[in-house]
Ligand binder design. Structure first.
Ligand code: G3H
Ligand code: 13P
Ligand code: ZN
Length: 320
């Protein structure tokens, strides 16, 4: 099924507007109905364009057919709410040409091909191959240069390999990508920096170097959760065991969003918010066994979190 039939858009126009307006668009990961509802409801309520982000693991978890119709249902639901916000369905960290093709065939309007772990020339060749296929269908493609520390799908990197600004022009020119993810000190997951130590600022010098070489080109920031301390405390208070979790401060993200960064990826914060509320609800209501009674409040918390991100961090609220 083609994405335009699902009422989705690719990233081209929304990134152009985000660059010009100095804000970034939230790319929120989902695996289930409650997360999807929360993402689209919060985005409609804050009148923000939104990127629904699906990893390979999420696609396996939710079932690819169901996922396609869930996304289509989410678009319909939002339209029935009277909202016309642009909605993108995006593959996060695609690791092969075949996976990207399969997502495009099933209605994704945007894909990431993450060849960042391969030697440079292999990354170029793989990304080019995906772009050639995607562009024929007017699907946009995100590539990546540099390696984030932490876990990306099945790949674990101990240390950040910062993006080399001197490579970006050649990469973008030869691959034809529509946006580029870069490594400037963020990382995936909830343990981004050493606990109890000052948080090192993001490498804005690298971002500026990239921007100089690619004026106006959309840049993407992965690993951009802030790891809200209240959620960590709540998780630990109600039976969880998460120690030493630290995320990217909101002011750093705000600064990135006002520059070349057009897309900011957030997954861990949503997971933490839902887990915190579910733990509390189960603790406070030991006799309850109706999932709606703990998933409902978790969904409400996620709506609150995403509205906060759109309004106060990314600046995407009111820009749809
Ligand atoms: O960058 C990875 C995303 O947070 C998705 O994670 O592969 O566990 O679904 P996942
Ligand atoms: P976080 O783990 O910081 O939420 O990053 C998510 C991400 O980059 C998904 O691609
Ligand atoms: Zn990522």
């Amino acid at each position: 099924m083609y994405y335009k039939e699902l009422g989705l858009v690719n990233t081209r126009d929304i990134f152009k507007k985000a660059r010009a307006g100095k804000y970034a668009i939230g790319a929120y990961n989902f695996n289930n109905m409650e997360q999807l509802q929360a993402i689209v409801m919060a985005s409609a309520e804050s009148n923000a364009p939104v990127i629904l982000q699906v990893s390979k693991g999420a696609r396996q978890y939710a079932n690819e057919t169901l996922l396609k119709y869930m996304a289509m249902g989410a678009v319909k639901m939002v339209r029935e709410m009277g909202s016309e916000i642009p909605i993108v369905l995006h593959l996060d960290h695609g690791d092969s040409y075949e996976l990207c093709v399969s997502c495009i065939e099933s209605g994704f309007s945007s894909v990431m091909i993450d060849g960042s772990h391969f030697p440079y020339e292999e990354n170029v060749a793989l990304t080019r191959q995906v772009v050639d296929y995607a562009h024929k269908r007017d699907v946009t493609v995100e590539g990546e240069l540099g390696i984030l520390a932490g876990i990306e799908e099945d790949v674990v990197a101990e240390k950040t390999t910062y993006t080399k600004p001197e490579e970006v022009e050649d990469f973008v020119e030869r691959t034809g990508v529509d946006s580029l993810a870069i490594a400037i000190g963020t990382s995936h997951g909830a343990f981004k920096f050493k606990p109890g130590q000052p948080i090192p600022p993001l490498r804005f010098d690298i971002l500026e170097g990239v921007e100089k070489r690619l004026p106006g080109f959309p840049i993407v920031l992965h690993g951009a959760s802030s790891v809200v301390p209240e959620y960590i405390d709540m998780i630990n208070e109600y039976g969880g065991d998460i120690a030493g979790a630290v995320g990217v401060p909101e002011d750093q993200l705000r600064k990135a969003a006002a520059s070349a960064v057009c897309k900011i990826n957030i997954d861990s914060d949503g997971r933490l918010a839902m887990t915190a509320v579910i733990r509390k609800e189960l603790h406070d209501n030991p006799k309850n066994f109706d999932p709606r009674k703990y998933l409902g409040p978790a969904r409400e918390e996620l709506v609150k979190l995403i509205k906060h991100k759109n309004e106060k961090v990314l600046g995407s609220a009111g820009k749809a």
